[in-house]
Design a protein. Structure first.
Length: 135
């Protein structure tokens, strides 16, 4: 008898690894993470929020509007002005019912903050809040 190492076995088939199930699984995971990921739209500016003892943490998934000390209303890094608030909020609320959070600078005018809140409510927002820091 010959040892197994000396026996030559020739096959006409080549051995391939089927990668289709692996690729399918990777695409399914990719789609899953894309659908479940929450993207937070930042305001694009830094504001010094006032301090409040009753401040609490709100939802991360919300509409963030910034009100700067110079009176600019910002959304997504661009200035929308007081006249653009209603359109932006109404468009975002059509997709999903989200709370609106106004990040007003501590030195901004109160009258402008009230006007922004009013425009948000006229656009259909049911939850409108002012952001503050905890003491």
């Amino acid at each position: 008898m010959r040892p197994l190492a000396q026996i030559n076995i020739e096959t006409s088939e080549s051995v391939d690894i089927n990668l289709s199930p692996l690729i399918d699984m990777v695409f399914l995971l990719l789609i899953f993470f894309m659908v479940t990921t929450v993207f937070v739209q930042e305001t694009g500016v830094t504001v010094q929020r006032p301090r409040a003892a009753s401040a609490r943490t709100l939802e991360k998934n919300s509409i963030l509007l910034a009100l700067t000390e110079s009176g600019e209303v910002m959304y997504g890094g661009r200035q929308i002005g007081i006249n653009g608030v209603r359109g932006v909020v109404a468009r975002l609320l059509r997709e999903r019912d989200l709370p609106v959070i106004i990040l007003a600078d501590a030195t901004s005018r109160t009258g402008l903050a009230v006007r922004v809140m009013d425009e948000c409510r006229l656009a259909g927002a049911t939850k409108v809040s002012l952001a503050a820091r905890r003491r």
